[in-house]
Design a protein around this ligand. Structure first.
Ligand SMILES: C[S@@+](CC[C@H](N)C(=O)[O-])C[C@H]1O[C@@H](n2cnc3c(N)ncnc32)[C@H](O)[C@@H]1O
Length: 329
């Protein structure tokens, strides 16, 4: 089978990694910015309010998270909107796109416990079910979770059992590899369809997404497995793919030029790609930390500051992660 099918089964098959309940963060296999600090969602909340003030997002517009897993990101966004502009919670419509029913259930319970009736939350299994006029879409680490093909010097990989062999000619994969100057590496499958679905779902929107990668990813394999915070390259000589299959996370560096092209082909304007730490500073993370300092005990402030620093320190999530933003109006 094609590698993208194998990876699809690994992550999203009946017993796939994301199809069964998984913790993200300290007790899981990997950290994300969401599991690091609430000020990630807080900064996005401040940005959403600025979009309302600017007139781009109407007060009763949709705020939609895609690939929310536990829903903690959107919940953090809502918590900060409540602090900064509580009246918006009565009008904004919150949506999560989540294909797995068990995760939808988890998210519903978490929102009920956190907000009771104060917030309206709607679920859809896919973007193709959503129809709206005006929205703000957010996602964290979804583009590195799309299945991909593997390419090596003109050949595309096939998987037999758990063995990977580069023995197939695939025109589409080869053309993408040439376009992104890769003689070897991953070619994501599904960005084009996803971008089209978003444009069909909503007339006027902004989409902000955070992921690990570069505009032009280096021409090498970055595909790797995360197991209890250990990183194992997929082509490691010692790897036991049969044991890791579906029980660990599998991911790769995002080629943002591919995401950008997919959105531009769908008629959406690319706004910017920048380091996550710069994006968070632009959106006001430092002002939010200032507000916290004025309102809580020093001990709590210092705890939150340490966590938020992880997002904006070059050595951790801040520099390696990027924010990409698109607009359609
Ligand atoms: C690495 S996890 C990130 C989870 C969460 N956003 C966070 O930051 O903790 C990747 C998530 O993206 C979701 N995902 C991947 N492709 C998707 C797609 N095409 N549509 C919706 N969700 C998708 C997966 O189901 C999974 O929940």
């Amino acid at each position: 089978m094609k590698f993208s099918k194998y990876m699809g089964k690994w992550l999203y098959g009946e017993h796939g990694y994301y199809a069964t309940y998984k913790d993200i963060g300290k007790s899981g296999d990997f950290y994300t910015a969401v599991s690091t600090s609430k000020f990630f969602g807080g900064s996005v909340a401040k940005y959403i309010i600025s979009l309302v003030d600017e007139g781009f997002l109407v007060k009763d517009g949709v705020v939609c998270e895609i690939g929310a897993h536990h829903g903690y990101f959107l919940a953090d966004v809502i918590e900060f909107i409540y602090t900064l502009r509580p009246e918006l919670l009565d009008s904004l419509k919150f949506v999560i796109i989540e294909r797995f029913e068990n995760l939808q259930e988890f998210q519903k319970n978490y929102f009920d416990e956190s907000f009771g009736d104060a917030v309206s939350l709607t679920h859809y299994k896919s973007l193709s079910e959503l129809k709206c006029e005006n929205a703000f879409f957010i996602a964290n680490e979804i583009f590195d979770a799309f299945p991909c093909e593997l390419y090596y010097k003109g050949k595309t990989a096939q998987v037999n059992g758990h063995e990977i062999e580069f023995d197939t000619d695939d025109e589409w994969v080869t053309s993408k590899a040439k376009k992104y100057h890769k003689d070897r590496g991953e070619i994501a499958v599904g960005y084009e369809e996803f971008a089209k679905e978003m444009t069909l779902a909503c007339k006027k929107f902004e989409f902000m997404s955070f992921d690990y990668g570069e505009m032009q990813a280096r021409p090498d394999f970055s595909i790797r497995v995360y197991k209890k915070h250990e990183v194992i390259p997929l082509f490691d000589e010692e790897i036991k793919r049969d044991e890791l299959f579906a029980s660990t996370d599998i991911t790769y560096d995002v080629t943002f030029a591919h995401v950008k092209d997919a959105y531009e082909e769908a008629g959406v304007k690319f706004i910017e790609l920048k380091a996550q730490m710069l994006a968070l500073v632009d959106m006001g993370i430092l002002e939010l930390l200032e507000i916290l300092k004025e309102n809580v005990e020093d001990k709590i402030y210092k705890q939150e500051l340490e966590k938020a620093k992880m997002l904006i320190m070059p050595s951790f999530l801040g520099e390696r992660f990027k924010m990409i933003k698109f607009r359609k109006d």
